[in-house]
Design a protein around this ligand. Structure first.
Ligand code: ATP
Ligand code: MG
Length: 412
């Protein structure tokens, strides 16, 4: 039985990861495996052999000079019975970037990723990965991508080393090279001490790291990370973020799905907000924030008893709803709805403060800031970031992948 992350304390301090981005990129290695061996699993990088049967664990296909987008989809659709899980999704993702796919439970994030990773066949529309059609050229796509799924997919009964070595061997690497690469990744991910332990005895954070290590064993051109930090404590999340940054610094494109707005804020250069299978907003973080208004006024009163009156005054002065914060002296209101005009918002906010002063309400401090991505998300989806409304959702990331590890997942 898998144990949820967080339900067990980290057994020991985790060594900082990664030491250097270089450690995450595989060095060239000699190849002695059968020519054309293609392993396909959730860490599905395969690799190409050159004319004399040598290959390396770096990106299988970086010689393939594709100058276009890493991912491009047009009207992508996937239905399950009556559910339109993905309902006409258009995406364009530039290479070498982290792109965030942000959405609540059941929005269609995993389904989108699975189609792009060739694990599910779309019912409509088109998707290209580095110019290759995900249906007609699925093998070419698979040779360039790697997926770290929402649920841990390494073999629980094997040790960290055994998992990585097995994957390296399956993708055709010589024995010594496989052990070397495993040791290098375990070290970079702060798992050296746990290398000889069965993965079922790892904490949630350690599992996520071994999972990501497995997915970059052969440095992919495109890495799908499906909720890589769900259920992790803040330190482990930070470690995973560092890993993602290091991987991107090596030229890998990352498509990251997340329900954590701060994660998208931290990592992604562009974000698509997806809800009920549709992209409801897309752009840089700044653009998304500007789209819901120039900013929000945060006010803290001296006296909690005056808050109802302050709410009334602010609502009148700003002409918008005022939110009462959990802090009993704090109020927040959006200003400049739908307008990115910061100067106008500032003027409105100062008028509102003057009204508070006129009413004899003392303000201890206030700020006018850009809305948080949380506010953007709420404004766009109209519902809180509720994590438990999806029938197939598991509250933590410990649920094992339903397929046995390393099983070849057929393209549906
Ligand atoms: N294999 C399946 N069979 C039937 N319905 C499915 C299947 N996979 C997904 N769905 C449904 O499709 C919709 C989108 O699911 P998906 O897993 O893509 O959402 P998600 O955005 O990844 O959500 P979460 O944040 O909970 O992981 C949901 O309504 C889900 O129940
Ligand atoms: Mg999902």
């Amino acid at each position: 039985m898998a144990t949820g992350p967080g339900s067990r304390p980290e057994p020991r301090p985790v060594v900082a990861v990664p030491m250097s981005p270089k450690a995450l990129t595989a060095p060239p290695m000699s190849f002695r495996g059968p020519r054309g061996l293609h392993s396909e699993n959730s860490h599905g990088t395969s690799h190409q052999n050159d004319a004399d049967g040598r290959t390396d664990m770096t990106s299988s296909n970086r010689t393939d000079h594709w100058a276009g987008p890493a991912i491009e989809t047009a009207g992508l659709v996937k239905t399950f019975g009556d559910t339109r899980a993905v309902d006409g999704v258009d995406l364009r993702i530039e290479p070498g970037t982290v792109y965030g796919l942000l959405g609540p439970n059941g929005a269609g994030k995993t389904t989108t990723v699975r189609m792009l990773a060739t694990l599910l066949r779309p019912d409509g529309g088109e998707a290209h990965v580095f110019g290759h059609d995900v249906v007609r050229e699925a093998d070419a796509v698979r040779s360039r991508v790697s997926l770290t799924g929402q649920y841990a997919s390494v073999d629980e009964d094997l040790t960290g080393t055994e998992n990585l070595v097995l994957l390296a061997r399956l993708t055709g690497h010589a024995k010594k090279a496989s052990y070397d690469r495993a040791a290098q990744l375990l070290d970079a991910f702060g798992l050296s001490e746990a290398a000889g332990r069965q993965v079922k005895n790892y904490s949630g954070g350690m599992r996520r790291r071994i999972d990501i290590a497995a997915s970059i064993l052969n440095t992919p051109d495109l890495l799908f990370l499906d909720e890589p930090t769900t259920g992790l404590d803040p330190r482990s999340r930070n470690q995973v973020w560092e890993i993602v940054r290091a991987v991107v610094a090596q030229g890998t494109t990352v498509l990251l799905t997340t329900q954590y707005l701060d994660e998208a804020d931290q990592l992604a250069s562009r974000i698509a907000v997806i809800d009920k299978g549709k992209v409801i907003a897309e752009g840089t973080k700044g653009e998304l924030k500007a789209s819901v208004g120039a900013g929000a006024v945060h006010v803290r009163l001296r006296d909690a008893d005056r808050r109802p009156e302050a709410e009334r005054v602010l609502r009148q002065a700003l002409g918008t709803d005022v939110q009462l914060e959990p802090d009993p002296v704090a109020l927040t209101a959006r200003v400049g709805n739908g307008s990115p005009d910061g100067a106008a918002a500032a003027e409105k906010a100062s008028r509102a403060l003057a009204e508070l002063a006129r009413a004899g309400i003392t303000v201890d401090n206030f700020s006018l800031g850009q809305p948080s991505l949380d506010e953007v998300f709420l404004a766009l989806t109209g519902k809180p970031d509720d994590r438990h409304d999806s029938p197939h959702d598991s509250p933590d990331d410990s649920r094992p992948e339903p397929q046995p590890t390393l099983k070849k997942e057929a393209t549906a």
